[in-house]
Design a protein around this ligand. Structure first.
Ligand code: PLP
Length: 412
């Protein structure tokens, strides 16, 4: 997908490795142009304002001193492996769904080390090498890597914007093939911030049932609604009455309580009981092979989910404040348009396509010390877009956007 599109030539001549490597990892390991410019700026000691930050622990959010105290629980030295994670920890995740008004049985929850790992486990269970999954475009660039590491191909379907984001259904038909095994929905999506809508969800459900696809619903940002449309689906598990395909919702501590360092994610399954049982039996084999979730974090999980609410509240306040500021700022700027953002940690700004996105972001970095993602990193259908994180310290966001709009005004 996009992030690689402008990658470079590959390994230098003369460095021919003496072994052959798998095609699961990219052949080209060279840094792209923006990364090279960033390395150069840092080497020169420039102070770069970072609008690409997605790590909440680097943006001045306060974490209570005792937040991780539960990791030192003495019971953590006793190892009792359980493929899906300890029951108390799975009950804590079920309790967290209940906080959002969603009933999930702890038996339908599987703990993982991260959402990224959950994808890998699901690909192993659902796909043979060469099988395909449908992914939204634009969306999170890591999906292509995650799929490829498991020998799976992604087939993008389009999200189109006409004042709000919706599924371009003709692109779904073009993307689907007999090798399609699953469709991924990301709600709210990164970076468009769009939630799945009820009409679209009904259509996905019918299609997945008819074609025997699983639905993987990435809801890592569901705790961060900003301005959701009235017909948005808050959680696909709750919008699943009647016959439903195998639906696996994904979440994790990295986003829900801003703790990527804790390395804990989860899947919650729903669907026709026989199919869920068949999936559970297969997942058990895979999870039992790796047993990747550490005991201390499982023991600490109830406390992390409870006390992490304070971190989530700060992140929400940060996102809401930054979005309001950006809206106000861009309202007075003719050359930049903020697209509707329903939720999540980022926002998309349309800018004039007078220079290629790649040139623009490198110029913003080299001449204005601002790092911002170009739309093509996320596979937008056309140029020109900038994707900004809404997490930065408000002073960083406003200074950086002041410089960007100044630069755009001179270009436009
Ligand atoms: C849409 C989406 N899914 C999954 C992830 C990865 O989450 P985790 O840290 O739990 O692996 C991210 C990270 O930014 C993301 O944007």
């Amino acid at each position: 997908m996009g992030a690689e599109r402008r990658g470079d030539e590959g390994e230098a001549a003369g460095d021919e490795p003496r072994v052959r490597f798998s095609r699961r990892v990219p052949g080209s390991l060279a840094a792209n142009r923006l990364t090279r410019s960033l390395d150069e700026a840092r080497r020169r000691g420039r102070h770069v304002l970072d609008l690409t930050v997605s790590n909440p622990s680097r943006v001045g959010i306060a974490y209570a001193d005792g937040l991780l105290a539960g990791l030192a629980n003495p019971r953590g030295t006793s190892y009792r492996p359980e493929a899906f994670g300890q029951l108390d920890a799975r009950r804590a995740v079920a309790g967290d769904y209940a906080r959002r008004g969603i009933i999930v049985d702890a038996d339908d929850i599987v703990l993982t080390a991260s959402t990224s790992e959950a994808y890998s486990l699901l690909f192993k269970v659902l796909c043979d090498p060469g099988d395909e999954v449908l992914v939204p475009a634009p969306s999170y660039p890591l999906f292509e890597h995650l799929a490829r590491l498991d020998g799976v191909s992604i087939r993008p379907y389009g999200l189109a914007y006409d004042g709000h984001w919706g599924v371009a259904w003709d692109s779904v038909e073009r993307a689907a093939t007999p090798r399609t095994r699953a469709v991924m929905l990301v709600s709210p999506n990164n970076p468009t911030g769009s939630f799945v809508r009820h009409d679209d969800w009904r259509r996905w459900r019918d299609l997945a049932m008819a074609r025997r696809w699983a639905v993987i619903a990435d809801e890592v940002f569901c705790d961060y609604p900003l301005d959701p449309a009235p017909d948005h689906v808050a959680c696909v598990l709750a919008a699943n009455p009647g016959p439903a395909p195998l639906t696996v919702a994904l979440g994790g501590l990295s986003k829900s309580v801003g703790l990527p360092s804790a390395k804990l994610g989860w899947m919650a399954m729903a669907g026709e009981p026989g199919t869920v049982a068949a999936a559970r039996a297969r997942l058990e084999i895979v999870c039992d092979t790796y047993l990747s979730v550490a005991t201390p974090v499982q023991l600490a999980l109830p406390g992390l989910l409870r006390d992490g609410a304070a971190v989530r509240a700060q992140i929400r306040e940060r996102l809401g404040g930054n979005l309001a500021w950006l809206r106000g700022h861009l309202a007075g700027v003719a050359v930049a348009t903020l697209l509707e953002t329903e939720g999540g940690w980022s926002a998309v700004v349309r800018v004039p396509a007078v220079v290629p996105e790649d040139d623009l972001v490198v110029r913003l970095l080299e001449e204005h010390d601002v790092l911002v993602h170009p739309g093509y990193f996320f596979d937008f259908a056309h140029e020109a877009f900038l994707v900004t994180s809404l997490l930065p310290d408000p002073a960083v966001l406003s200074t950086a956007w002041g410089r960007i709009t100044g630069c755009l005004n001179r270009l436009g």
